[in-house]
Design a binder for this molecule. Structure first.
Ligand code: IPD
Ligand code: CA
Ligand code: CA
Length: 261
């Protein structure tokens, strides 16, 4: 039997929401360790991961657990796995900029079969189940039906940990900026994907995202009628890092052309 059939979605949502209480611990958010250039982890990231991992393991002992703040070298993608980003948007959390979230996906049979993204500051829970549609706080959501790039609002990622990519990244950003209504830099890949799904943004792109940044969001966008590929239009997988282009689908082909100019 598929593990998806054994999962109680309401319970997962309540586990995520209860762990998100930890986001409000300002002292923990200010306790920062530097993992790499512009790459931070706070006590909140560690505590959220520990709490969710423990509760998922107790309830679903047969599902593996992959999380940003642990060694994932033993993960076998032929078997079911939770993929967690305990805080997506840690830099925002440190700066009290309330665009950050918990992102959790369930990956089974080499497909994301469920995705959850929760922003505790706005109390917004984005959820999708494979072939079951996408929802924001229980209400169905859909991408914005805009096919004219000039009317589109596009979010950009800066690949903050890899300054050697800056010329490439900002060349792409400039080319996109010159064709669209305007651009945004939100600083949480998972929320940027969720915002495409509910029509706040028309597209988002960033090179070299990690599996936990986009696993839940790629399903939520697809279930809301959008499209997620790499910069060449190839399908993506959360089994390894990927360049991500997500859109409302209508502008996808044109975005690929602009990104490859
Ligand atoms: C980061 C955020 C950021 C993106 C980085 C991600 P983190 O995740 O999503 O917007 O530019 O590539 O790594 O480190 O806050 O979990
Ligand atoms: Ca992240
Ligand atoms: Ca993170």
């Amino acid at each position: 039997m598929s593990v998806l059939q054994t999962v109680d979605f309401d319970e997962i949502i309540s586990i995520i929401k209860s762990a998100s209480g930890l986001f409000h611990n300002e002292e923990a958010a200010e306790n920062v360790t530097i993992k790499g250039r512009a790459d931070f982890v706070t006590e909140v990231d560690l505590a959220v991961q520990k709490t969710i991992c423990k509760r998922l393991a107790a309830k679903y002992p047969d599902i593996q657990f992959m999380g940003e703040e642990k060694d994932n070298s033993d993960i076998d993608f032929d078997k079911a796995v939770w993929i967690l980003d305990p805080v997506d948007g840690t830099t925002n959390l440190i700066h009290h900029y309330q665009e950050n979230c918990i992102s959790l996906a369930l990956y089974e049979c080499h497909r994301v079969v469920a995705g959850f993204i929760y922003n505790p500051w706005h109390d917004e829970l984005f959820f999708a189940k494979k072939n079951g549609g996408a929802f924001l706080n229980g209400e169905p959501i859909h991408v914005r039906e805009c096919s004219d790039l000039a009317d589109c609002l596009i979010s950009v990622g800066t690949a903050p940990y890899s300054h050697e990519r800056a010329d490439f990244v900002f060349h792409q950003i400039k080319n996109v900026f010159l064709r669209v209504a305007d651009i945004r830099r939100i600083g949480s890949a998972a929320l940027e994907l969720a915002y495409i799904a509910c029509g706040r943004l028309d597209a988002y792109f960033e090179p070299n995202l990690k599996p936990w940044d986009f696993a839940a969001g790629m399903l939520i966008v697809a279930e809301a009628g959008g499209k997620v590929t790499d910069f060449e239009g190839n399908p993506i997988t959360p089994e390894h890092p990927q360049d991500i282009l997500a859109s409302n689908d209508r502008i996808h082909r044109e975005m690929i052309e602009v990104l490859n100019q």
